[in-house]
Design a binder for this molecule. Structure first.
Ligand code: ATP
Ligand code: MG
Length: 209
């Protein structure tokens, strides 16, 4: 994409939705790789709202997840964080995320970055057919993994292999709860944020809360 002065190139914006409980280097590498490969000007991280039906008590409060994502992305001038999903009441649906961001950024082409596992289920998402009108979808796969996207519209979906990062938020939370380090799995500021706020400590009673 040439970017000469007279070039009316539309701004290209990646959207990285997630629970980010906590955000980790897998998310950041995926966003960086998508930006590089799809010539994105910006990647917007969008932490999900509180999910009333998804064992809400087991997910850190939205404000903590939002602030950890801000801390993690602060050093990258092309990474930003949006509050659209945490400020909207109720369950987060991708159709609502994309509708809100399209209204905020009418002159931009949106690229929704998502794990290939989630992409495989996309046809079951709320208003799935409309999703592809609002964004191009980038399905992030790990090297060696095969994903069948046969039922998805080929011109609106791309696959992107990112360097294998066996990091998940679940593993990070379990490590913190059992006293293992998360240094280098999450950005330094996120390690310190988790410690400062006492996140992901085991339940004192050891039972379900
Ligand atoms: P959890 O373990 O709680 O499910 P997670 O690590 O999958 O958390 P999410 O916030 O659910 O994190 O993920 C947000 C997005 O990032 C999803 O599209 C997910 O597929 C993708 N993703 C998660 N981990 C990685 C990783 N290691 N490499 C690339 N993409 C990832
Ligand atoms: Mg996940």
């Amino acid at each position: 994409h040439p970017r000469g002065d007279g070039d009316a190139r539309r701004r290209r914006t990646g959207i990285m939705g997630g629970t980010f409980d906590p955000v980790h280097h897998g998310h950041l590498v995926a966003a960086s790789e998508a930006a590089s490969r799809f010539d994105l000007d910006e990647v917007v991280f969008v932490p999900t709202g509180t999910q009333p039906f998804k064992e809400a008590s087991r997910v850190a409060p939205a404000e903590h997840r939002y602030l950890m994502t801000v801390v993690a992305t602060a050093s990258n001038p092309d990474f930003t964080v949006s509050r659209v999903d945490i400020d909207r009441a109720g369950t987060t649906y991708t159709i609502d995320t994309l509708t809100d961001l399209t209204q905020q950024r009418p002159d931009e082409d949106l690229f929704f970055i998502t794990g290939a596992d989630a992409l495989g289920q996309i046809l079951s998402w709320k208003e799935a057919h409309r999703l592809f009108d609002l964004a191009h979808f980038i399905g992030v796969t790990r090297p060696g993994h095969v994903l069948d996207v046969g039922d998805l519209p080929g011109d609106r979906v791309s696959l992107l292999e990112v360097p294998a990062m066996a990091i998940s938020s679940t593993a990070c939370r379990e490590r913190v709860a059992s006293g293992q380090p998360v240094w280098y799995l999450v950005p330094d500021g996120v390690v310190q944020y988790i410690s400062k706020h006492g996140l992901y400590q085991p339940d004192p009673q050891g039972g379900a809360s």
